[in-house]
Design a binder for this molecule. Structure first.
Ligand code: C5P
Length: 227
């Protein structure tokens, strides 16, 4: 079960991120996002490799197809297990990402659907008149049509996605908040237990662990909840 927990290393100092990796002896899978990558990405990723940890490189690419192809190619040197692109970049961009990833058979490109911090009202403000739920299904459809089968979504969308696309799609869910943790800016949240029960393959967890006074205890508590 511990492989299902991906801990987000959202820090502004390399030392803090490495300390969390050391503190979480039990955790095997870590997410490096924009904050850490731009600050000290090479150093942190080398540290994760040295510690034999799996890397989720969460840079959420979205660009014209040709540029995106180059970005995915350049990312391969970090040997990530997961890499993210925004599905809203469109069909051609998705195809290029899939093509660029072909030389690394173990790598899965995850399509980001709708950020878990967005509500229906927030989407409307961006000119999208669909509910977050409908937008997620529409975007997964685009992903599946163009060669993806792994998606980032809110735990709330697991059921409709599985209903529409079956059990084989891999669903990675942020927006996880144990009952004892603060919600922060996440709006569409589930507890770890609820997300696993709903069929999430991987839980991405940041602040409930990385802002905790005792991250190892927070990790253990979450692991106990989902086991
Ligand atoms: O601190 P928290 O648990 O909210 O962190 C969630 C992590 O998942 C963050 O690193 C954030 O970038 C990421 N994420 C997200 N929503 C998505 C994709 C990724 O919150 N749709």
């Amino acid at each position: 079960m511990k492989d299902k927990i991906i801990v987000a290393l959202d820090f502004d100092k390399a030392g803090e991120a490495k300390q969390l990796v050391d503190d979480l002896q039990e955790a095997d899978f870590f997410k490096v996002g924009l904050q850490a990558f731009l600050g000290f990405g090479d150093e942190l990723i080398a540290y994760l490799k040295h510690k034999n940890k799996k890397l989720f490189l969460d840079l959420k690419f979205k660009d014209i197809p040709n540029t995106l192809y180059g970005a995915v190619k350049s990312s391969l040197k970090y040997d990530p297990y997961f890499l993210t692109i925004h599905l809203s970049g469109g069909a051609e961009m998705i195809k290029k990402a899939v093509e660029a990833a072909e030389e690394k058979p173990g790598l899965a490109i995850l399509g980001v659907t709708v950020l878990t911090s967005l509500s229906d009202g927030d989407l409307k403000e961006t000119g999208i008149d669909l509910s977050t739920g409908d937008a997620v299904i529409r975007l997964c459809e685009l992903g599946v049509k163009n060669g993806l089968n792994s998606f980032v979504c809110s735990p709330r969308e697991i059921e409709p996605i599985r209903k529409r696309f079956g059990q084989d799609v891999v669903l990675v869910t942020p927006g996880i908040r144990p009952a004892w943790a603060a919600k922060g800016d996440q709006k569409r949240v589930f507890t770890p237990g609820m997300a696993i029960a709903a069929g999430s393959n991987y839980l991405v967890i940041g602040r409930p662990i990385n802002c905790s006074d005792n991250p190892a205890a927070a990790f253990a508590k979450i692991l106990a909840e989902i086991s």
